[in-house]
Design a protein around this ligand. Structure first.
Ligand SMILES: [Zn+2]
Ligand SMILES: [Zn+2]
Length: 679
């Protein structure tokens, strides 16, 4: 009789529960680490992954339970993947099984071994990359000397590469060539982009370049069945190219040879719930571990990345010129304080800007207007009694949406018909305060009779395909002026746009979030890049900024298209203030029905943290919107000049927090956010 062996299994219990980490099970089969299994947990049967048994693991209990089933049809998840998961779980303070199972396609757990084997067999035969040898590969554009130099440097680089190039400087061509090099060595390439919306364009370019290669996408917009299929193709090594959003960083790719992170500065690479990982940072870690190239592309690198490039830890490769010789648009700052009083009051567009838009329309060119606030007006107001359209469940105003006459809370979703009269005093004259994209569109339509004014924001792009349809209309020249939120600034290659305007960007200059100016600068640079993509029009392309602070250094740097000067100034401020990238941060967040409960938890947590040298724990504070859906939120900042000191402190702190949580019954949720992006 075979003595049952002991296997360690990663199961999906958060580290927040009492059963963190790995659990032991008996198995009559010898299963290699990385094998998917099903195991009993309490009264349930749950999926798990066989993991290395730690050398110092305690002896298994006498009443060891046996695993229920093994999915041996699936090749085990390899060591490299398990190391990535183990690192991410430890760095972001989560359970291994919690993270590992969260990043696998959900449909994987629904299959038993027989069905999985059948599925894999079908996949292998169906997805044999059909070398459509008949379809000739399109002619490749000539590389300019900057691109050629970048590629040569990438081939020999032994550190992460920052591809620092303005919009239109040909970064994508460098990605394509680098991918080609990896593929021709029999490796797989992983390309990460910030948003699903941007995947179709990039996908089309990769598909055109590599017609004989199998490419799959991985993002949250896929159906569960598609996601499983694509994931399996990557895992089996059948797919040569994987293109996806942040979750794709966890794709199992046995032949991985290159990682590209496009728009590396984009905040959406950071997951905002569950395991709050940074896909960019994990990609860099993964590439380093594998000894493969990683390309970080951006016109406005994150200050973390930029600082590493300055220190020589990353290799900076500049692409300073736009392809075709187009210039960056001239930046014009409109000093709102100097406008005539009546236009200030109306807060319509500055007359010179309006005139510039009118001239574009006459020439058949397009204009983009950026306003980072959707809806008609951010708040309704009663002049008689001072009532404002607050949300009953959040510490926020409800936004007036004129199209469907609702007041909608953008935090909890609470929506109601707009009242006919003031709910407090009955006054019939309640008025919108401020302006959102809906109102801007309405105002423009009135100011520019005959102009075709369209709007692009989260409200107009809700339905499937709505965004592509709207973008199609812009490309087809059916739109003269496009109003929208920051969605507009991202990646879309508008050929006929010669004017971009930021209507009211000042708020970010004075935000309590120290990263807000960095994000604003990136957004405005990116928006500027939308103008003059066509070299012939570049000379008369303009970026307009309406501001009450025209002498602010951020706008001066924008005017000069000088990222480096801006980064230098920001880094000096960050260094003086002891902020990232010169310090490491973590946030402990707590949520409860009452702020007192959350505060009590955080105070006790702070007491637990006392005595960790080199770590500062700040008093609990509410985030900018402190109450959402009747839940009070508080957060506590933990800071250290040293990343490893902070990591050691967090690892020691967490077990105590789990115990603490058990004693604070009123606490709804708590979480540690390592390297938080929003403070
Ligand atoms: Zn009133
Ligand atoms: Zn609300």
């Amino acid at each position: 009789m075979i003595r049952p062996g002991v296997l360690s299994v990663a199961v999906e219990t958060p580290r927040h529960s009492s059963v963190g980490g790995l659990l032991d099970y008996a198995s009559e089969q010898t299963l290699p680490p990385g094998t998917l299994v099903r195991v009993p947990l309490g009264r349930r049967e749950v999926p798990g992954i066989v993991w290395e048994r730690a050398a110092d693991a305690p002896p298994p209990p006498a009443d060891l339970r046996s695993l229920t089933a093994a999915l041996s049809a699936l090749p085990p998840l390899d060591t490299e993947w398990r190391e990535l998961i183990a690192f991410a779980a430890s760095y972001y303070q989560r359970g291994i099984g919690e993270l590992a199972l969260a990043v696998l396609p959900p449909d994987l757990r629904k299959l038993d071994d027989t069905r999985l084997a059948r599925r894999l067999k079908r996949l292998v035969t169906a997805a044999a990359p059909g070398p459509t040898a008949a379809a000739p590969e399109p002619a490749r554009p000539e590389l300019n000397d900057e691109q050629a130099a970048a590629l040569a440097a990438i081939a020999t680089a032994r550190r992460p590469v920052l591809l620092h190039g303005v919009t239109g400087s040909g970064k994508t061509e460098v990605y394509l060539r680098a991918a080609d090099a990896a593929l021709s060595q029999g490796r797989q390439a992983l390309v990460l982009v910030p948003e699903i919306n941007l995947t179709p364009q990039l996908e089309a370019r990769f598909a055109a370049r590599f017609p004989a290669r199998l490419m799959v996408s991985l993002h949250s917009g896929l159906t569960p069945a598609q996601r499983l299929r694509h994931w399996l193709l990557a895992h089996l090594g059948r797919a040569d190219l994987v293109l996806g959003t942040r979750l794709a960083v966890f794709a199992s790719m046995p032949r991985l040879g290159l990682i590209v992170i496009d728009e590396e500065h984009d905040p959406s690479f950071k997951q905002q719930e569950g395991a709050r990982y940074s896909a960019r940072d994990l990609a860099v870690w993964r590439a380093h571990r594998l000894g493969i190239a990683v390309l970080l592309g951006s016109a406005t690198p994150s200050l973390e990345t930029w600082q590493r490039a300055l220190e020589g830890r990353y290799l900076r490769l500049p692409l300073d010129r736009r392809i075709g010789g187009g210039a960056m648009p001239a930046v014009r700052l409109v000093d709102m304080a100097r406008l005539p009083r009546e236009t200030q009051h109306e807060r319509v567009l500055a007359p010179p800007l309006l005139q510039a838009i009118g001239e574009r329309i006459e020439r058949g060119e397009q204009s983009l207007l950026l306003l980072n606030r959707r809806g008609y007006a951010p708040v309704l107001h009663c002049g008689a009694c001072g009532w404002k359209s607050g949300c009953a469940h959040c510490s926020a105003w409800r936004v007036f949406h004129k199209a469907d006459r609702t007041l909608r809370c953008h935090h909890c979703g609470f929506a109601e018909r707009v009242p006919r009269a003031c709910p407090d005093c009955g006054n019939l004259d309640i008025a919108p305060l401020g302006r959102g994209t809906e109102k801007l569109q309405e105002q423009l339509a009135a100011l520019l009779p005959g102009a075709r004014v369209a709007r692009l924001d989260a409200d107009t792009t809700r339905g499937a395909g709505a965004l592509q349809q709207q973008l199609g209309a812009v490309h087809a020249g059916e739109v003269d002026v496009l109003v929208g939120t920051q969605m507009l600034a991202k990646g879309h290659d508008f050929r006929r746009v010669t004017l971009v305007a930021a209507v009211n960007p000042d708020a970010a200059l004075f935000s309590s979030d120290f990263r807000a100016p960095e994000r604003l600068f990136a957004l405005l640079m990116q928006a500027a890049g939308r103008a003059g993509r066509d070299a012939a029009q570049a000379a008369r392309s303009e970026m307009w900024v309406q501001t009450w602070h025209p002498r602010h250094p951020l706008y001066a740097a924008l005017k000069a298209h000088d990222y480096e000067a801006y980064a230098a100034a920001q880094l000096a401020e960050r260094r003086a203030a002891g902020l990232p990238p010169f310090a490491s941060l973590a946030l402990l967040r707590a949520e409860a029905r009452s702020a007192d409960v959350a505060r009590a938890f955080l105070h006790e947590a702070a007491a637990l943290a006392a005595g960790h040298a080199g770590v500062t724990v700040y008093p609990p504070v509410p985030p900018p919107v402190s109450r959402v859906a009747d839940v009070e939120r508080l957060q506590m900042l933990v800071e250290s000049a040293s990343r490893s000191v902070l990591q050691r402190m967090l690892a020691a702190w967490l077990p105590g927090l789990h115990e603490l949580r058990a004693r604070h019954k009123g606490l709804l949720r708590w979480a540690v956010d390592v390297d938080p992006l929003a403070i």
